[in-house]
Design a protein around this ligand. Structure first.
Ligand code: ACM
Length: 549
């Protein structure tokens, strides 16, 4: 019986014909150059794993085959044209063509969804059959990301690789790693060994919600990625045309840095944080702090191939700078009238160094704040115009950033923070706050009214992990919302209206099942996913949206 065709994201143009192609009738995967060749081997391996069919890879083959072809003028990276592809399956074989190998990678992701869901299992479990279709596809947005917070709770490299696979399956193109925060530092930096010896672990973690903290678990938690791990993660992602964007969060959220190197702080050192929230500890604005940042970013630039590097910059309290003699002297010598300008000083210096390393800076939307000119007169933006702003507080900041000439990654807390509760039932497991249902994500428009689409580099969903200690918790928070997010940011509104995502999700869960993902069923948590009455018990706290400034 013909299966219904149900894809997430929905392609721009999808035409289905009667009939199915049995890939066992094909003789090879044909790839004419090394870039498509490596994608061909990946496809060959995936087919062999899930269906048992091993198609050889060949540069030429005379007969029915899977043909991967890159033709035409090559578009620049991070353009929608670079990820466009045409996919045709018929009795004569499979043709997958694109102007850039990234488009071939996206077409393979679609082809995998045309196979039976069981073909996504790790051992042969399904026939290698696909319906006859003709697809022409191109993403709506250039940047479609998911952020993993591996700082609050460390996640093993293995899980990062799995999430790269899942991003690929959903035709996302960025995995942003939030590598440093108050609760842990997760990147080996050979010239600064205390970062991992001291900063990568904490003695224990608060039990339940931090605002309801009655006890700590007494169990050390931590870990970090060696440079070998990072090279592997980056290469794994690169093979799938996914960019791993590293974030080193400065000059706030630095308790782990300062536990390792207390001399860099603007106040007394504290141990690596064991609870969650916003802490006062910040870097002192000194040449030593900049030298530290340069050492870290030099290593980042050596092991990450991303053209973008995220410098954090969110939630930086000025309390310590207000009583710091050094900060006061800097303000005098630099003509900074408002203490918030100290953060802008960091932003300018970090941007200068990363620009010299050939990278483009991204910061959270607070990098817009606090730029004041030398006369204390008109307020200029706190960040250089070339910096990309990832807007998290509120969509009003999208307008503010775009108006200041920045490209924007739209990542607002009320819509795409998947650490928020997904359901309002009492059995949902512990979350930070909020309520972001799949329906809310599905109805979201990532380009706010009044903002030019050209200012929007893209959009990103966030998996902050204060209350997601285990990878199974991250999966529950991510799925199926990440699939709906992918649909929103890839597919144009027209294509989405023609095939409501709620209907396609019903079929998509069979894929999540086959992959062993701990997704949240539409009806609510399964008994073992519920919060219960113990340390994962639901805790309600009103979510207050940030006011636009
Ligand atoms: C953030 O949620 N503080 C970026």
């Amino acid at each position: 019986m013909q299966r219904r065709i149900s894809l997430i994201p929905q392609p721009r143009h999808l035409h289905a014909d009667d009939g199915e192609l049995d890939l066992a009738s094909l003789g090879a995967i044909v790839a004419g150059d090394p870039e498509t060749g490596s994608l061909a081997w990946l496809l060959s391996d995936l087919l062999a794993r899930g269906t048992g069919l091993r198609l050889p890879v060949a540069e030429a083959f005379d007969g029915p085959a899977v043909r991967l072809r890159v033709d035409g003028a090559r578009p620049a990276d991070f353009t929608t044209a670079a990820e466009a592809y045409r996919l045709e399956t018929s009795a004569g074989g499979i043709d997958l063509a694109a102007a850039h190998p990234a488009g071939i990678a996206r077409g393979i992701a679609t082809l995998r969804q045309l196979l039976p869901a069981d073909a996504l299992r790790e051992a042969p479990s399904a026939a290698a059959r696909v319906p006859h279709v003709a697809i022409e596809d191109e993403p709506r947005l250039r940047w479609r990301g998911v952020m993993l917070d591996v700082a609050r709770h460390f996640q093993p490299k293995d899980f990062v690789l799995r999430m790269i696979d899942r991003a690929w399956m959903h035709r996302l193109n960025v995995v942003h790693l939030h590598l440093t925060d108050d609760q842990g530092w997760r990147l080996e930096v050979p010239s600064r060994p205390e970062l991992t010896a001291v900063g990568s672990w904490r003695d224990e973690t608060v039990v339940g919600h931090a605002l309801d903290a009655a006890e700590f678990d007494g169990t050390p938690h931590g870990g970090f990625y060696t440079l070998g791990d990072v090279r592997e993660i980056v290469a794994y992602a690169r093979a799938r045309h996914i960019t791993v964007v590293p974030e080193i969060n400065l000059p706030g959220h630095t308790r782990a840095v300062l536990a390792a190197y207390p001399e860099l702080g603007a106040g007394p050192a504290e141990p690596v944080a064991t609870t969650f929230g916003i802490f006062e500890e910040v870097l002192e604005p000194t040449e030593e702090a900049l030298a530290f940042a340069r050492d870290v970013f030099d290593v980042v630039a050596e092991v990450f191939d991303s053209p973008f590097v995220h410098i954090g910059g969110d939630e930086v309290p000025t309390t310590q700078w207000e009583s710091s003699k050094t900060a006061k002297e800097l303000m005098e010598s630099e003509g900074i009238a408002d203490v918030r300008g100290v953060q802008a000083w960091f932003t300018r210096n970090l941007t200068g160094h990363l620009t010299g390393l050939g990278r483009r800076v991204i910061g959270w939307d607070e990098i817009l704040d606090g730029g004041e000119d030398r006369d204390g007169g008109s307020l200029e933006g706190g960040a250089p115009a070339e910096a990309v702003v990832s807007v998290w507080r509120n969509e009003a900041y999208v307008k503010k950033a775009a108006a200041a000439g920045h490209e924007v990654i739209v990542a607002p807390e009320p819509y795409v923070y998947f650490d928020h509760y997904e359901g309002d039932g009492p059995d949902e497991p512990l979350r930070i706050h909020g309520h972001t249902s799949t329906g809310k994500v599905a109805a979201w428009d990532p380009v706010p009214d009044g903002v030019e689409e050209s200012s929007v580099l893209g959009a990103q969903c966030q998996l902050w992990s204060e209350y997601l200690p285990h990878y199974r918790d991250v999966e529950y928070a991510a799925f199926p919302r990440l699939a709906v997010f992918a649909d929103v940011v890839w597919s144009g509104p027209g294509a989405r209206r023609a095939a409501p995502v709620e209907e396609r999700l019903e079929d998509h869960v069979a894929r999540l099942e086959a992959m062993g993902v701990n997704y949240r069923p539409a009806a609510g948590p399964r008994p073992w996913q519920a919060g219960g009455e113990g340390r994962r018990k639901r805790f309600d706290r009103a979510f207050v949206e940030h006011e636009a400034e």
